[in-house]
Design a protein around this ligand. Structure first.
Ligand code: IPD
Ligand code: CA
Length: 273
């Protein structure tokens, strides 16, 4: 990249980051302060336990209106149905409320996740976790910050000492397969965590609060921002060996732990139901 192209890209990244930070801050505040005491399920999606609340929908509207006001030519893809092509080449990938089941039950592990991508690469990612009082932000090639301080994943522990996060899908057949993988993994590692927000799990790898995380069945909005954060914090992320993180499989861990974990998940068939 020539110096002028580089500074143009840096300017674009800074602008996208500012938009994402402000949209995530506003949506996070709406979700934290506007949660009705009698919050119920507004609709279900892939299965009766895959729920949407009125607040997921309100948060997505807030985020997409903010983006449309500031960057009307960009495309969007949101968990609650926002979808437009745009003409600028930038696409926003939005999970207005990751960890909806936690939010429904009043558990604190939920987040707003917003990423901007271009040509299939995530340029910036912001995960806002209001009940933790934390904002995770990352820019491609520009590092990862948590509340403005540099984030770094832990050095790889021995496999047997790894604290590994994971998650389960909403379909019972998939869960049965996922449970089989956990059954084999749990005696081989320090312990397993299932916190209920993929975006936070990925940021926890980046902050050194988990050694590793893996899950099958994520959607682009679950993983886009957190995946960039984990990578910019020094972790490796991917899917099946040689593949990028995807719905098939997402794995995140520091070098030295990533490879054996990815290898074992491949052996266990963690990428299929
Ligand atoms: C879910 C959460 C959960 C993960 C599921 C996701 P949602 O997203 O990230 O941790 O295990 O795979 O679908 O439904 O709360 O937005
Ligand atoms: Ca989600």
């Amino acid at each position: 990249m020539s110096p002028s192209t580089e500074s143009q890209a840096a300017g674009e990244h800074a602008e996208l980051l500012a938009v994402a930070l402000e949209a995530a801050r506003r949506a996070g505040a709406l979700l934290r302060d506007g949660r009705p005491a009698d919050l119920g399920v507004a609709a279900t999606k892939s299965s009766p336990i895959d729920v949407v609340t009125e607040m997921d929908i309100a948060a997505e509207k807030l985020i997409t209106s903010h983006i449309a006001r500031l960057r009307p030519d960009d495309g969007v893809l949101g968990e609650e149905g926002a979808s437009s092509e745009g003409t600028s080449g930038i696409r926003w990938v939005i999970d207005p409320l990751d960890g909806t089941v936690n939010y429904l039950y009043g558990l604190p592990s939920w987040a707003v996740s917003i990423a901007a991508e271009k040509d299939g690469r995530t340029l910036v990612g912001v995960v806002e976790a209001p009940m933790r009082g934390e904002t995770y932000q990352a820019v491609l090639g520009g590092g990862a910050l948590v509340n403005g301080r540099p984030a770094r994943c832990r050095p790889a522990p021995d496999f047997a000492h790894a604290l590994v996060g994971t998650g389960f899908g909403y379909l019972s057949q998939r869960r049965a397969a996922q449970a089989e993988v956990v059954r084999t993994l749990v005696p081989r590692v320090r312990d397993i965590r299932r916190a209920g927000s993929a975006a936070i799990d990925l940021c926890d790898v980046g902050c050194g609060r988990l050694d590793a995380y893996y899950e099958r069945g994520l959607n682009p909005w679950d993983l886009a921002a957190g995946d960039l954060f984990a990578r910019e914090a020094g972790a490796l992320t991917g899917g099946r060996p040689g593949e990028p993180a995807s719905g098939e499989l997402t794995v995140a861990a520091p070098p030295g732990l990533f490879e054996p974990l990815q290898g074992l998940l491949e052996e266990l068939g963690a990428w299929h139901d």
